[in-house]
Write a protein that binds this ligand. Structure first.
Ligand code: ADP
Ligand code: 3PG
Ligand code: MG
Length: 388
């Protein structure tokens, strides 16, 4: 699919409504992870350099159409050092803008029309601008007013980040250097069924970890103790295993687990083989043998896709070990030019950030849900409307 991009249009002296995804975590007014904001900078810089008048809009969290001071984008404006407009439908400030100026609008989701893709909200949002640019890959799976609705009212183009996401992910999905090894972890099989079904068709090997690995092991009849496990997913897991066999995709499940007696970051960690999990064990990470096996598999990979941590990484070092060790190894193999690595998913990218290896991975997607839907092969609504 060919899409219209920002290079196709003269932006000089034009009022550009730029949709970014600044849905970042803010704790006590401080942004804890600026990755998405930083990734949006090349387009903003391009527009400034070409004399556009740049008005950025974004959502933050899920305020459900109501003003919520905790979900204000003001801290993002402060981080970017640009003026902040406290209502996304205000227009009076436009008159004061000069070529190359940038401002940030308040959270779009303070209006219910944003998520509902309400036509009159989209029309109001679009009014006063000459051009719309979508650089918000991470929310392009949502048919929102600022993603889809406004394109009815403004000539619309993709920004550089959106284009980069599409190019990189498409290339890896359609033409990976093989072997392609996919590592999929996280909490729930149920949120990733379609991704798993797609991955077994394109990958040479698939490694399953985290609570998702617990559910797979349960389906094979292994004990899971008192752990997070989706017991009603056994049928789905069996379907995925069958698909893996049919598609000649080698499946690698957890060999052992890090377990504790309480779901608590300070719980004492023991290592337990997958067939020896006790009734009162709570699995909170993949075990030492699994960690070593997962890292060893990097030796045969030429391309690696990773989504989903292998443990409760929010609990820090003790229960993040499988994910942190793997992140560091993946970064090292990438740096040494042994493989190409592609990582996506909010919690997974947070692991890279914690380990300080964000810059060592070949491609880190800004998408969470959008990354998964793109891998599934779905056409994201925000991308479809930019088709040439
Ligand atoms: P991403 O955001 O990168 O797509 P997910 O949201 O799918 O990743 O998975 C991350 C979540 O999975 C985290 O909240 C983490 O605590 C949880 N998780 C991973 N392994 C386990 C486990 N063994 N037990 C409980 N939760 C787990
Ligand atoms: C994300 O963080 O994945 C995107 O910003 C989309 O957010 P949403 O799931 O609240 O629509
Ligand atoms: Mg997540």
């Amino acid at each position: 699919m060919e899409i219209r991009n920002v290079h196709d249009v003269d932006v000089h002296s034009k009022y550009v409504l730029l949709r970014d995804d600044f849905n970042v975590q803010i704790v006590d007014g401080k942004i804890t992870d600026t990755f998405r904001i930083d990734a949006s900078m090349p387009t903003i810089k391009y527009l400034i350099d070409n004399g556009a008048r740049v008005v950025i809009c974004s959502h933050l969290g899920r305020p459900k159409g109501r003003f919520n001071p905790e979900l204000s984008l003001r801290p993002v404006a402060e981080y970017m050092n640009v003026p902040f407009i406290d209502d996304c439908l205000k227009k009076d400030f436009l008159l004061d803008m000069a070529d190359g100026d940038v401002v940030l609008l308040e959270n779009l989701r303070f209006y219910i029309g944003e998520e509902e893709n309400d036509d009159s909200f989209a029309k109001k949002l679009a009014s006063g601008y000459d051009i719309y640019v979508n650089d918000a890959f991470a929310v392009s799976h949502r048919a929102a007013a600022s993603i889809v609705g406004v394109t009815k009212y403004l000539p619309s183009y993709a920004g550089l980040l959106l284009e980069k996401e599409i190019t990189n992910l498409t290339r890896v999905l359609n033409n990976p250097t093989r072997p392609l090894v996919a590592y999929i972890g996280g909490g729930k099989v149920s949120t990733k069924i379609d991704v798993l079904k797609k991955i077994v068709k394109i990958a040479d090997k698939m490694v399953i970890g985290g609570a998702m690995g617990t559910t797979f092991n349960y389906a094979l009849g292994l004990p899971v103790g008192d752990s997070l496990c989706e017991k009603d997913m056994v049928g789905t897991v069996n379907e995925i295993i069958k698909l893996a066999v049919e598609n000649n995709c080698g499946l690698f499940l957890p060999l052992d687990k890090g377990v504790g007696k309480d779901f608590d970051k300070d719980a004492i960690r023991e290592n337990r083989d997958a067939d020896k999990i006790k009734d009162d064990d709570i699995i909170m990470d993949d075990g030492d043998k699994t960690i070593a096996r997962n890292i060893d598999l990097l030796n045969i990979a030429k391309t690696v896709i990773w989504n989903g941590p292998f443990g409760v990484t929010e609990f820090g070092k003790r229960w993040g070990k499988a994910s942190f060790d793997f992140a560091r190894a993946l970064a090292e193999y990438t740096k040494q030019g042994k493989l190409e690595s592609i990582v996506g998913g909010g919690d997974t990218v947070a692991v890279l950030d914690t380990c300080g290896v964000l810059d060592d991975i070949s491609y880190v997607s800004t998408g969470g849900g959008a990354f998964l839907e793109f891998i599934e092969g779905r056409t994201l609504p925000g991308i479809k409307v930019l088709e040439k």
